[in-house]
Design a protein around this ligand. Structure first.
Ligand SMILES: NC(=O)c1ccc[n+]([C@@H]2O[C@H](COP(=O)([O-])OP(=O)(O)OC[C@H]3O[C@@H](n4cnc5c(N)ncnc54)[C@H](O)[C@@H]3O)[C@@H](O)[C@H]2O)c1
Length: 430
C-alpha cells in the first residue's frame, strides 16, 4: 500500500530532497497533493516500452489505459501481450485466472482524453522533445491536479519536458529498461522542478510494481547510460590501438571479469546504430567531454549497415537464429595470454570504476543506487563501487594514473573522489 504524502513528509522530517531548494516545494506539495494510491495508470505510446510498462502495471493490479495514435500499435500490443501471457501460463508462472485478470486490467484507447481519470501517466512515445511537450500540455488539460505525469525518455532532460506543464512539480522521469517486464531496474529521475512528494510516490509505486528503484539526477544518461559508456568506449579504443581483436576483448571481459557478454557481443545485440547514437548523444550533452568520445570504428560499422544481430552482421556474423557463426579458433590459454586478458579486463574495469566514482562524486546517485543500477539494469557481475573496494583505492588510482601518464589525454583523468578516498584510506561500503 502506498503511504500518504503527509506520512512520507513526516518520515523525511518534512525535508525535501537535499539536492534541491525545498522550502517552497514542501509547502506546495501539501497544498496540492493528497494522493494515497496509484490505481489508475495511463500509458502513452504502445510501442516496445509502453506495452511492456502496461504489462508491469497491470500485473501489479493497476487499471491501465494504453493509448497510441496508431490503431496498429494498439492491436499489436494487445496480441503480443496475449502471446506473452499464454506462454507464462504454459510455463506455469501464472494461472489462467491471473492471465485473465492481467489482460482485463488493460484497456486500449485511441484518444488522450480517455486518460483523464489517471493517478499517474507514463509517456513512452517517440524520443522528440517538441512532440513530448505537446502531448504533456494536452494531457495536463484532461487529468486532475494531483496526477503524476512521467516520461520514460532515455536521453532528454526531465527539466525540459516538465517545463511544458503548468504544474511542473508533478513531472518526473521513470526510466524502464528493455524488456520492461523482465528488467528489474527502474531509474527514477526528479527534475529540478519535481516536488518531493512526486518523487516519493513514484518511487513507492515502482517498488510496489516489483522493481528495484535507483534515483538519479537529471543529467545525460542518468546512471546506467552514463556509467556503462567505458564498457563500449574503452573496448573500442583497445581495438583501434591494435592491442587486441573483438573476440579477444570479449573473452577477456567474460572469462576474467565474469561479464555475461563481451562489449562487442553486447553492441551487436543492442545494435551498433542504437548504441552509437546513445554515445553520440551523451558526448554532446556533456559538452564534448573526451571521456565520452564516440569511436570511428562503431560509426563506420553503423554506416556500413553492420548493425549486429538484427542485420546478420556486426562485429561478428550471425546465422538466421542470431547465433554467431564466425568464431576464431580457441584462443591459446597459455599464461602470457591470460596476463594479456587480465590487462585488457583491468583497463576496462578501472575506467568503469572511475566513471561510477565520478557519478558519485558529482551526486548523480547514491553509492548503493549506482551499484544496483549496474547489477540490476545491465547485469554486471558486481557493483562497480564494491569492485573498487575489493581492488583497493591504491589499485584504482595507480591504474588510472598509469593510463593518463601513457596517453596524456583528459579521457584518462582520475576521479577526484578516488584520489581523496585513497588519501583518507576510505572505502565505499566496507
Ligand atoms: N527501446 C528501448 O530500449 C528504450 C529503453 C528505455 C527507454 N526508451 C524510451 O522510451 C520511449 C519509447 O521508446 P520505444 O522504443 O518504446 O518506441 P517505439 O517506437 O517502439 O514506440 C513508440 C510508440 O509511440 C507512438 N507514438 C508516437 N507519437 C505519439 C503521440 N504523439 N501520441 C501517442 N502515441 C505516439 C508510436 O505510434 C509508437 O507506437 C522513448 O522515449 C525512448 O527513448 C526506449
Amino acid at each position: 500500500m502506498l503511504k500518504s504524502v503527509s506520512r512520507i513528509l513526516k518520515e523525511n522530517n518534512n525535508q525535501c530532497h537535499p539536492e534541491f531548494a525545498c522550502a517552497e516545494r514542501s509547502r506546495s506539495i501539501q497544498g496540492s497533493f493528497n494522493m494515497t494510491n496509484i490505481k489508475n495508470v495511463g500509458i502513452i505510446g504502445a510501442g516496445t516500452m509502453g506495452s511492456g510498462i502496461a504489462q508491469v502495471a497491470a500485473t501489479a493490479g493497476c487499471n491501465v489505459k494504453l493509448f497510441d495514435l496508431k490503431q496498429e500499435a494498439l492491436d499489436k500490443a494487445k496480441s503480443s501481450l496475449e502471446k506473452i501471457m499464454n506462454r507464462l501460463v504454459e510455463k506455469g508462472r501464472i494461472t489462467s485466472e491471473e492471465q485473465h485478470r492481467i489482460q482485463e486490467n488493460i484497456s486500449y484507447v485511441s484518444s488522450l482524453k480517455e486518460l483523464e481519470d489517471s493517478n499517474m501517466t507514463i509517456e513512452a512515445i517517440v524520443e522528440n522533445l517538441e512532440v513530448k511537450q505537446k502531448v504533456f500540455q494536452e494531457l495536463e488539460g484532461y487529468v486532475d491536479d494531483d496526477c503524476i505525469i512521467a516520461s520514460n525518455t532515455s536521453s532528454l532532460s526531465i527539466a525540459s519536458i516538465a517545463a511544458s506543464l503548468k504544474k511542473p512539480e508533478r513531472c518526473v522521469g521513470i526510466h524502464f529498461f528493455n524488456p520492461a517486464p523482465l528488467m528489474k531496474l527502474v531509474e527514477v529521475i526528479p527534475a529540478i522542478q519535481t516536488s518531493d512528494a512526486t518523487l516519493k510516490i513514484s518511487e513507492e509505486t515502482i517498488k510496489n510494481w516489483g522493481k528495484v528503484v535507483a534515483v538519479a539526477k537529471d543529467t545525460p544518461g542518468f546512471i546506467v547510460n552514463r556509467v556503462a559508456r567505458p564498457f563500449y568506449g574503452e573496448a573500442l579504443r583497445i581495438y583501434e590501438e591494435g592491442i587486441a581483436d573483438f573476440e579477444t576483448i570479449d573473452r577477456a571481459m567474460k572469462e576474467v571479469g565474469g561479464f555475461r557478454m563481451g562489449p562487442f557481443e553486447l553492441m551487436d545485440f543492442i545494435g551498433n546504430d542504437v548504441n552509437y547514437t546513445v554515445t553520440e548523444t551523451v558526448f554532446a550533452a556533456f559538452y564534448f567531454d573526451p571521456r565520452y568520445k564516440p569511436a570511428f570504428t562503431q560509426k563506420r560499422f553503423s554506416e556500413a549497415g553492420y548493425l549486429g544481430r538484427k542485420s546478420g552482421r556486426g562485429y561478428y556474423q550471425y546465422d538466421a537464429q542470431g547465433k554467431i557463426i564466425s568464431r576464431h579458433a580457441e584462443l591459446d590459454s597459455a599464461s602470457h595470454k591470460k596476463e594479456f586478458s587480465t590487462e585488457i579486463f583491468e583497463r576496462i574495469l578501472v575506467m568503469l570504476i572511475n566513471e561510477a566514482a565520478d557519478a558519485l562524486f558529482l551526486n548523480i546517485a547514491s553509492a548503493k543506487d549506482i551499484d544496483n543500477a549496474m547489477t540490476k539494469g545491465v547485469n554486471y557481475p558486481k557493483g562497480l563501487l564494491a569492485w573498487a573496494d575489493e581492488k583497493g583505492m591504491d589499485w584504482c588510482v595507480e591504474k588510472m594514473d598509469a593510463l593518463y601518464n601513457l596517453y596524456h589525454e583528459d579521457r584518462y583523468r582520475c576521479s577526484p573522489l578516488l584520489r581523496r578516498m585513497r588519501e583518507k584510506n576510505q572505502s565505499f561500503f566496507k
